[in-house]
Ligand binder design. Structure first.
Ligand code: BDR
Ligand code: CA
Length: 311
């Protein structure tokens, strides 16, 4: 199975992505790192610990905290309550979750890459601060990665934080740019596909009736749909980060365009915009941009995998 490290900022869809990964034998989670984004670093790290407990992750699975803000800007925690207070849809769970391990996510990510050259995939589902800092601080680590899978950007679709930009790229555009221009193969799962694969309320309600962590995941998704419905009037949600993981679990789920990509950092109204060049292949073809998704297959896969969490 494919070894991965998941860099995340839970976040409801991050939580669902983690639970999907833990239930999927096709991938082997070697560690989880956290980055500020949907909530503060302290909150997302606590949330990640809680989700790993919920999903029955082995006690020894490393959870390592990373950067508390972007690499070149002032921190801006998402203030839209789409993920609820504290990032996970409401009050913090009663039981204190597992504590993060010592060390820094940036060094942990590099250590994982260098320990198994060519094998490890980083799945980055928050702002790209940790991954970009790793590439800068540990120059041998990037080339040692198999691939970076990024949830972020909107190549052809509208953004979600501004018309031009998706949240993860907007939050730390310099980091996103560094990752996309690094020469490491990057697979970008952006709003182009995540908004075409909405997870329906009915499936969330089905999960919510199941015992154990499956039921908890269903509850999180129901709350997510509710907040989304209030805002957009649609009773189905993009589970962005879970689609990025699903694309590794089921390689047939997404179709990609190949080329190069960068991110606008200086634009007055386009900060964080993903600019993908999929024209006649030029010199660089390290960016693989997801363009289409089989939505029914994603809903079926996510439902079936989350339902495995009956403990
Ligand atoms: C991305 O932003 C966050 O709110 C989600 O967790 C996801 O990673 C979607 O734009
Ligand atoms: Ca996220």
């Amino acid at each position: 199975s494919l070894p991965v490290v998941i860099d995340c900022d839970p976040g409801v869809d991050d939580a669902i992505a983690l639970l999907l990964a833990l239930a999927s034998p096709e991938i082997e989670v070697r560690g989880v790192t956290t980055v500020a984004g949907n909530a503060s670093l302290a909150d997302v790290t606590r949330n990640a610990g809680h989700v790993l407990d919920l999903g029955g992750a082995p006690a020894g699975l490393p959870l390592v905290a990373g950067l508390a803000g972007p690499i070149a800007r002032t921190a801006r925690i998402a203030d839209e309550p789409i993920h609820g207070d504290g990032g996970l849809g409401g009050p913090a769970p009663a039981a204190p979750p597992r504590a993060p391990a010592a060390g820094h996510a940036v060094d942990f990510l590099a250590g994982q890459a260098l320990a198994a050259p060519g094998e490890v995939t980083v799945v980055a589902i928050g702002p790209l601060s940790n991954v970009a800092a790793m590439l800068a601080r540990h120059p041998q680590a990037g080339p040692a990665l198999r691939e970076i899978v990024v949830m972020g950007g909107a190549a052809f679709a509208q953004g979600n934080i501004t018309p031009a930009a998706e949240y993860n790229f907007y939050a730390d555009p310099e980091a996103a740019r560094r990752v996309l221009e690094s020469g490491v193969p990057v697979r970008v799962v952006g709003l182009d596909v995540t908004r075409s694969a909405l997870f329906p309320l009915q499936a969330a309600e089905h999960l919510a009736r199941l015992p154990g962590a499956a039921g908890a995941a269903g509850g999180l998704l129901c709350g997510f749909v509710e907040r989304y419905r209030e805002r957009f009037g649609v009773a189905a949600v993009p589970v962005h980060d879970a689609l990025a993981v699903a694309g590794l679990v089921d390689p047939g789920l997404l179709d990609y365009g190949h080329g190069s990509a960068t991110v606008e950092c200086a634009g007055e109204v386009t900060r964080g915009a993903l600019v993908a060049d999929l024209r006649t292949p030029g010199r660089s073809r390290t960016a693989h941009i997801a363009l289409t998704v089989d939505a029914d297959r994603f809903t079926a896969l996510l439902t079936e995998r989350l339902a495995r969490h009956t403990g």
